[in-house]
Design a protein around this ligand. Sequence first.
Ligand code: G3H
Ligand code: 13P
Ligand code: ZN
Length: 349
Amino acid sequence: MPLVSMRQLLDEAAKGGYGVGAFNVNDMEQIQAIMEAAKETNSPVIIQASRGARQFAQDRYLYHLILAASELYPNIPIAMHQDHGNSFETCKSAIELGFTSVMMDGSLKADGKTPSTFEENVEVTRKVVDFAHERGITVEGEIGVLGGVEDGHGAGGSGLDHITDPDQAVEFAERTGVDALAIAIGTSHGAYKFTKKPDGSVLKMDVLIAIHKRLPNTHLVMHGSSSVPKDLQDIVNQYGGKLKETWGVPVEEIQLGIRNGVRKINVDTDNRLAITGAIRKVLWESPEKFDPRDYMKPAREAMQKVVALRMTQFGQAGHAGDYKPASIADIAKGYKDGSLSTRPLVAAK
Ligand code: G3H
Ligand code: 13P
Ligand code: ZN
């Protein structure tokens, strides 16, 4: 099956009332882990690459590895997504390479660190939407700023520093026409999100619910959604790691989000922990080993286990075969004739 539009994948998720995990990749083993988990659970998938990942692997390798996945698993719809694009140029280059979806993270300036103004965010995001939609490519925007820093990307600070304002979210959706919108409700990237188990008073689920009520056609995205499970932290630390005690986003909070319009859930850290724990275990227990396959195989299996569990928890399991993927050219027609418009005023007519 060719790579599919993320918009179609999320529209189907909305119809079915489930969420779709978007898992970050940097190498072949991570792509293999996701695809095996998708096969095991019969799930549609979003595979995403950050700017750092595109640089680390050379994006052409990632693109061809994901194409290989689409040949090897013809029954699994795969959307290939640019995570946290920092500029029009980054998104354009992803689209020209063959990604079927891009995130323009205009909540930060192009340096990926400094919060931008609302007007700057609207301007750059609208430019990306115009370019992408003409080509049938999905766009995710972001309003509000997440906490934490990953690989030099992020504003730092707590996830509660820049919570999304629902009025601005509505204006942003109207003026940009994004397909999906990442909102800041108190999560942050990386392992260190919360110093105690968060509850409804820590994560701003009321803000999420308010935004969904006013933007029912825009798919909401939760970034920083790793749960940072204690068992994965423990494996890393048991075999020589030095992670400090920390809490992630409880899966029940994500499920509450999914009942209220969240369709894309970004997970990277949990997989990083699973891989690192598995590698540490092999090298700790068998220091004589030096064939990378001896530790990459268990690492891949550990990631597959996490991804399959999330696919089941998010509800995408069982839905790979629900629909016939539309061609990207047909999606482009839908943007052109307005039938795929998410703009609240257009949709209300
Ligand atoms: O948004 C953050 C993702 O976890 C990707 O992280 O920029 O270190 O590749 P990265
Ligand atoms: P985590 O660090 O919680 O896995 O978040 C990943 C993410 O949001 C990628 O964009
Ligand atoms: Zn993110």
